[in-house]
Design a protein around this ligand. Structure first.
Ligand SMILES: NC(=O)c1ccc[n+]([C@@H]2O[C@H](COP(=O)([O-])OP(=O)(O)OC[C@H]3O[C@@H](n4cnc5c(N)ncnc54)[C@H](O)[C@@H]3O)[C@@H](O)[C@H]2O)c1
Ligand SMILES: O=CCCC(=O)O
Length: 495
């Protein structure tokens, strides 16, 4: 596979990050290398930012905030809209960067670009519609109302599995309400965020409003500055639960507003009154999206005993149709995992399930002939609650099918985890649809669908999957503070 070509090569930024409207290296001159997960080959280098570099970006964002916050909603809307249009105009190049550094097949990468752009579109439409409330006062003669203000400079930290969409989902609402941002791009996939920064520049977003910085080895140092610097008033993080807990501790010193979109362990329940074919399609979409590397991927597939064999057979037949390979190759449906650590985790989960009695219906092994990070799409049956996959997020292309007998039993199993991001179930019983949706301890429920992501819908978890919501009307509030204003002594006119 030769080096992928971009229509606009100037979107591929090497050795520089975007601070205060300029492309700058790290002050130390240090860089880190980024590799293609499919081939292991070198893609390019990015600056290894340190604490001082990060402080500069925060200062730039603070200065820009003073004027950006006073633009009207309509003015900010136009800037976001222009950024949206540029992302769409450059969708092919952005998708190429995503496939190159993340590994997902081109069609999925294009899907991500549209998903990412839609956050800009959606929030550009919200920007002019930021309302406060008028409140009947308890004190005669007083008038009480609220205004919504931007919280201030935001530190945004995002993962590699959606190199574009996880950033736009945060930056869209932040800019819509008048905040300025310092985004720490994921070390595995920095080139897509940097290309987005170039498009922000072309969209005319004022200098300092959007800053995109990069680090790999220095990630904890950069993270510490973003979470402890007094000027940063809000941190939004998407990533694993352990890192989320650490960042929350770090934020406590300056009591920052915080959103945490953390790991999941999604139950996917198929009741015997379900449309089995639809449930198979939903489970395939949910489980194998991005080769199983999304936080809302089905992690435990519970199938009621009466339809277990039929479901397993149809499900495995669909997985047999997958074509694994380099995401740039035509016809490839599933790419590599992000790195060797991810492959090792998947291997450990499969090994543990086999040891404890699961049957491997399909797959179960790495695919070294394809490249360093490929794993066969795998189907396991006879799963039990003692297996690691029941309690740990696999984040890979392994579907474990757990049998169950009753609704009470499966809801209890579904909830028997400290995390609660997404949950899914298939049923045609209307009463059960309401009952089970209400009893699942998760932030998002998919009923008779395996795909729930939508910029218009609130995305987020409960329990150790974090707090805060992204996308939707609720995503706006995460970047605002409510200010109450009481005007005293207004009285009434004497007649
Ligand atoms: N809830 C969601 O919306 C959502 C979305 C995507 C991924 N995730 C979760 O993310 C995990 C997969 O990603 P991962 O393993 O790369 O997660 P991770 O937590 O290791 O890394 C995520 C991001 O945090 C950065 N990071 C790591 N340590 C840091 C530190 N000390 N300070 C500051 N930044 C730090 C990384 O560089 C990366 O950019 C899974 O658990 C998945 O469920 C959740
Ligand atoms: O991986 C987490 C995000 C997935 C999504 O937004 O659909």
């Amino acid at each position: 596979m030769s080096v992928p070509k971009l229509r606009d090569p100037s979107l591929f930024k090497q050795g520089v990050a975007y601070v205060n409207g300029e492309w700058v290296p790290a002050k130390s001159g240090k860089t880190f290398d980024v590799h293609d997960p499919a081939t292991g080959k070198f893609i390019g280098s990015c600056p290894e930012f340190d604490a001082q570099d990060t402080e500069k970006a925060i200062e730039a964002a603070a200065e820009a905030f003073e004027s950006f916050r006073h633009l009207t909603g309509r003015q900010r809307s136009k800037l976001l809209r222009r950024w949206y249009e540029l992302v769409m105009e450059n969708a092919d190049d952005l998708a190429t960067l995503i496939t190159w550094e993340n590994g997902k097949p081109t069609a999925d990468a294009k899907g991500e670009v549209v998903y990412a752009a839609n956050f800009f579109e959606w929030f550009s439409e919200e920007a002019p519609r930021i309302y406060g409330d008028t409140i009947p006062s308890s004190v005669p003669g007083n008038r009480v109302f609220t205004i919504k203000e931007p919280v201030g400079v935001c530190g945004l930290i995002t993962p590699w599995n959606f190199p574009a969409a996880m950033i736009t989902r945060k930056v869209g609402p932040a800019l819509a309400v008048g905040c300025t941002v310092v985004c720490k791009a994921p070390g595995e996939t920095p080139f897509t965020p940097l290309a987005l920064a170039e498009l922000a520049h072309r969209a005319g977003i004022p200098k300092g409003v959007v800053n995109v910085i990069t680090a790999l080895d220095n990630t904890p140092e950069v993270g510490e500055v973003l979470t402890t610097h007094p000027t940063v008033r809000k941190v939004s993080f998407t990533g694993s639960t352990p890192v989320g807990k650490l960042l929350m501790k770090q934020c406590s010193g300056t009591l920052k507003k915080l959103s945490l979109e953390l790991g999941g362990n999604a139950p996917f329940i198929v009741f015997d009154d379900a449309d089995v074919d639809a449930a198979v399609a939903g489970a395939i979409a949910s489980k194998f999206r991005s080769s199983g590397q999304t936080c809302v991927c089905a992690n435990r597939i519970y199938v009621q005993r009466g339809i277990y064999d039929e479901f397993a057979e149809k499900f495995a037949a669909k997985v047999r149709e997958f074509r694994v390979g380099n995401g740039f190759e035509a016809g490839v449906t599933h790419g590599p995992l992000i790195h060797h650590r991810a492959v090792e985790k998947v291997e450990r989960h499969v090994h543990d399930a086999k040891e404890k009695g699961a049957k491997v219906v399909l797959g179960g092994h790495t695919l070294p002939d394809l490249g360093p990070n490929f794993f066969q799409p795998t189907v396991l049956t006879g799963m039990t609650p003692e297996m690691v996959m029941a309690s740990e997020e696999t984040f890979g292309p392994v579907a474990g099918l757990f049998p169950f007998d009753t609704e009470e039993e499966v809801v209890k199993m579904a909830n028997s985890t400290p995390v609660g991001l997404a949950g899914y179930f298939f049923s045609r019983d209307v009463a059960r649809v309401h009952r089970v949706a209400e009893h699942l301890e998760v932030g998002m429920v998919g009923v008779n669908t395996g795909l729930i992501s939508d910029p218009a819908a609130p995305f987020g978890g409960v329990k150790e999957s974090g707090f805060g919501r992204e996308g939707s009307l609720y995503g706006i509030g995460e970047y605002q503070v409510t200010k109450m204003i009481t005007v005293g002594g207004v009285g009434t006119l004497q007649r």
